[in-house]
Design a protein around this ligand. Sequence first.
Ligand code: UD1
Length: 418
Amino acid sequence: MDAIEIEGGARLTGTVEVSPAKNAVLPLMAAALLAPGRSRLRRVPRLSDVRTLARLLEHLGAGVEFGDGGLWVDAARVPGREAPYELVKTMRASVLVLGPLVARFGRARVSLPGGCAIGARPIDMHLKGLEAMGARVVLEHGYVEVTARRLRGARIVLDLPTVTGTENLMMAAALAEGRTVIENAAREPEVEDLARCLNAMGGRVRGAGSSVIEIDGVGELGPMDHLPVPDRIEAGTFLVAGALCGGEVTVRGARADHLDALVAKLKQAGARVDPVKDGLRVRGDGRARSVDVRTGPYPGFPTDMQAQFMALMAVGRGLSVITETVFENRFMHVPELNRMGADIRVEGGSAVVRGVRRLSGARVMATDLRASAALVLAGLVADGTTVVSRVYHLDRGYERLEEKLAGLGARIRRIRER
Ligand code: UD1
């Protein structure tokens, strides 16, 4: 298994480029199933989550090809209807094929995701929405089977602004009969990007990016040729790295309008963040000031940045309370950060972080995608050597993170562990 070895203490300077967003690419790949033709997604990052979804599309019978021009999905013929347990278990976002399959072919069978490392994460709202559109939902043997002759537009009010739920229903509604209105919809930039792409395919979606999305169903959609939005979580991770390690880092592709909540917190913590051509530049200067953070749905502070920000607060000046409101069990990085000398106590849905002067390098274990990134960040400022094992979590969502950080001057490399 691969691990990442970091020699702490290097200042970071230079420019780093973010890739298109994983969380945009996954729904877009699923959306390719809506169109009988050959779709292209440009500059798709080489991530294991992307490979997992590619495997699922192939399992369904679509053609998938990676090339210099991007990722091609040929959905002219898609005979399969099932997302099997092995793939959904590896990656929850596999449920994104549900909406497109039911909308275009009238049937889908998807394994229920079950619990995952960061919480229960059910898909009840995806299913209730499809039911409201006239689908029949049957749960059996750990699979959910959804059938509909043709979906009908409906008014759907989500209990919570679920991101993949909103995307699933938007894709389903794109080929439904009549108008669908999704209220309390997720407002994430990736939802907006999907809407933009659906519209370019001939769909009729309005309001994405706000909490009410209206979709007028059409009879057929054409293939896409789309460049997904830059990854705001990858960008945010580099901004935190810059703030943490001093020096000056330019994050090319970072979109200020997608990073408001994080940038506000970085500034409160004492980092300088300025817009530059095509991105953002961050300058860290000494220890950060401790600030409190509360995660929330977009445009709130992203739960996907909570762990990385905690690494910054771990060496902050003062006391920071980090409250997680999106997922109930997303503090698995805490014991690992404490093994590196951090002083963090979890109390219910909050982590109380007492900033320490220094962290010390240690062997630590990644437990999920963003927790792994937090451990890498902590390793960048810790004394001595840190080895982060189980890097396969990191490879799900970061493209060549160690190479990009090394390009900024970090002493970091991938090693093979026995
Ligand atoms: C997406 C992101 C993930 C991010 C998360 C929150 C993708 C591929 N993944 O995940 O990186 O951490 O948004 O920003 O885009 N819930 C229900 N019932 C449902 C659906 C969700 O109770 O039917 C709950 C979940 O348990 C969670 C909350 O709603 O507590 C938000 O989850 P959701 O927005 O659905 O997350 P994902 O779309 O899975």
